[in-house]
Design a protein around this ligand. Structure first.
Ligand code: FAD
Ligand code: NAP
Length: 450
């Protein structure tokens, strides 16, 4: 029988783990897998670049990660069962690593006893995907950005793994046109040192707002006002950071807030999140959503409802508490589904829809971050049950609750806490300096390699 062809779009943590799982399942005699990645290398958001706006090919810059970004969750909550941090670094390391350490860890797993590079076409962007009901095949239009040549390829399955945090959501506020300082979205933020001695207005009340305000203060900003739309973050902030209701307008460099107060500021950081964006998917295949714990129109949050015989998958669509391990079990589910190795799948469409309805109902009852954590833990447990993936990964649920409580106790020190690896039982050592003082983000400094 002819081999089925599978197209993976994107070589970030999701796309890479799809390739890794296909390789581990030794599926080469059953499927022909091709991954298209628009950047020159793998890693997705974890590949740092100084660039903003457009990249060297004139394509939109993908990653909005910045120079001094550290993990905002404990590494013990994203550790692969088969490839621990201790195995990768040869020793136990602290719980909240900087970006280069996490990228190195990911790359270690992608190269440990596997060779995934032959599956990937780098510098190749997917421009369009459509489905032909007649022959049940996808046509994928790609462009090689090095040679500026395009072609069409035919596939039986498509896995979209292009991420959900790369197209910035940029609101406008009256008077911003006349504001004289720098205005930027967090996607374009690269180095906190740029804001030394400045008075900042940070719009938003989620992870980027929290981290950019803290980070800029750590590197010498004078003050930061975080302005919220729905509800304040409510942390006990270090001196210099405060929260106010939403900014309403600007008069020159004076910001006016909903509570009638005003303040003079030097720079505006719009930490206003991202848009789900899959412009390359044909209208009937395009998933549409805002940030969610379970995307509409999907089975298991993965298989897109495109009819009775769907062959289209999206990965990593959920707001992320769990990340690498969630992507890994999602990938295993998709790979096994395609290879016909899930005993209860495929099911009739009506059954799939019924199953998703239960998740939507549970989703509608979520109120707090702790509810979200339990929801995501249950989602992952469900995928573990289907696939046989190590269910111990869900022990991270308890750690996430502790982490949320640590943040509430002290937002400036939560990254100094130590957690215990689910898989090695080793408690992480403390870093040599508290996060607030630690300014060397290198692997050498963090791993404390001689
Ligand atoms: P991405 O990492 O975005 O990768 C998608 C890939 O698809 C990219 O390589 C891109 O070039 C490629 N691509 C896109 N469009 C096309 C196309 N048309 N054709 C071909 N290729 C394409 N998670 C954590 O666990 N810990 C953290 O500390 C953390 N910090 C974060 C900080 C920031 C600022 C942001 C925005 C996110 C952070 N995350 C963090 C969450 C992050 O979403 C995940 O860790 C992870 O990167 C998601 O992987 P992904 O593969 O889904 O998407
Ligand atoms: P997000 O979680 O989607 O939050 C977006 C914020 O913008 C919300 O507070 C939202 O307010 C606000 N907002 C949107 N439109 C607005 C408008 N018109 N006016 C005012 N406020 C508006 O996005 P994010 O904070 O960028 O986080 C994205 C991802 O990046 C997360 O996974 C996070 O973990 C990751 N991240 C990690 C780190 C790290 O330290 N490792 C740092 C930054 C980000 P409402 O609540 O009112 O909707």
């Amino acid at each position: 029988m002819a081999k089925k062809r599978v197209c993976v779009i994107g070589a970030g943590p999701c796309g890479m783990t799809a390739l890794w799982n296909f390789a581990k399942l030794e599926s080469d005699n059953q499927v022909d897998v091709v991954c298209y990645e628009k950047q020159k290398t793998w890693g997705g958001l974890w590949t740092y670049s100084w660039r903003t706006g457009t990249d060297g090919y004139g394509e939109p810059c993908h990653s909005g990660m910045y120079r001094h970004l550290w993990s905002n969750g404990p590494k013990e909550c994203l550790e692969f069962p088969d490839y621990t941090f201790e195995k990768h670094f040869g020793k136990a390391i602290p719980s909240f690593p900087p970006r280069p350490v996490l990228r190195d860890y990911l790359e270690g797993r992608w190269t440990n006893n596997v060779n995934l590079k032959p599956y990937i076409r780098f510098s190749t962007v997917v421009r369009h995907v459509e489905y032909n009901e007649r022959d049940k095949k996808f046509t994928v239009d790609i462009t090689n950005l090095e040679t500026d040549t395009s072609l069409k390829e035919s596939f039986d399955y498509v896995i979209v793994a292009t991420g959900i945090f790369n197209v910035p959501n940029i609101p406008d506020f009256p008077g911003l046109d006349t504001f004289e300082g720098r205005i930027l979205h967090s996607h374009d933020f690269r180095d906190a040192k740029e804001f030394k001695d400045q008075r900042l207005l940070v719009v938003g009340s989620s992870y980027s707002a929290e981290d950019l305000a803290l980070q800029c203060m750590k590197y010498g900003a004078k003050s930061a006002i975080c302005t919220w739309r729905t509800k304040p973050m409510g942390f006990k902030w270090p001196k210099g950071i405060e929260e106010r209701p939403l900014v309403q307008k600007f008069d020159g460099n004076i910001a006016h807030f909903k509570d009638g107060s005003s303040a003079e500021i030097d720079a505006v950081l719009l930490c206003t999140g991202y848009k789900y964006s899959f412009p390359f998917m044909e209208d009937n295949l395009r998933l549409r959503s805002t940030l969610t714990m379970f995307p509409d129109n999907t089975y298991k949050g993965l298989l897109y409802f495109m009819g009775e015989d769907s062959r289209l998958f999206y990965m990593g669509l959920q707001d992320q508490y769990y990340s690498y391990t969630m992507f890994d079990v999602e990938a295993l589910w998709i790979c096994k589904y395609i290879l016909g190795k899930l005993p209860n799948e495929p099911r009739p469409l009506s059954e799939m829809k019924e199953n998703s309805k239960e998740w939507y109902e549970k989703r509608s009852k979520l109120k707090t971050a702790h509810d979200d954590i339990d929801f995501q833990t249950a989602y992952i447990a469900d995928l573990c049950k289907d696939t046989g993936y190590n269910p111990d990964v869900t022990k991270a649920g308890e750690m996430f609750h502790t982490w949320e409580n640590d943040k509430d106790k002290n937002i400036a020190t939560y990254r100094d806490q130590c957690f215990t690896s689910i898989f090695t039982g080793t408690r992480s050592p403390a870093h040599t300096a508290p996060w607030w003082q630690a300014k060397d983000d290198s692997i050498k400094a963090f791993v404390n390699k001689k």
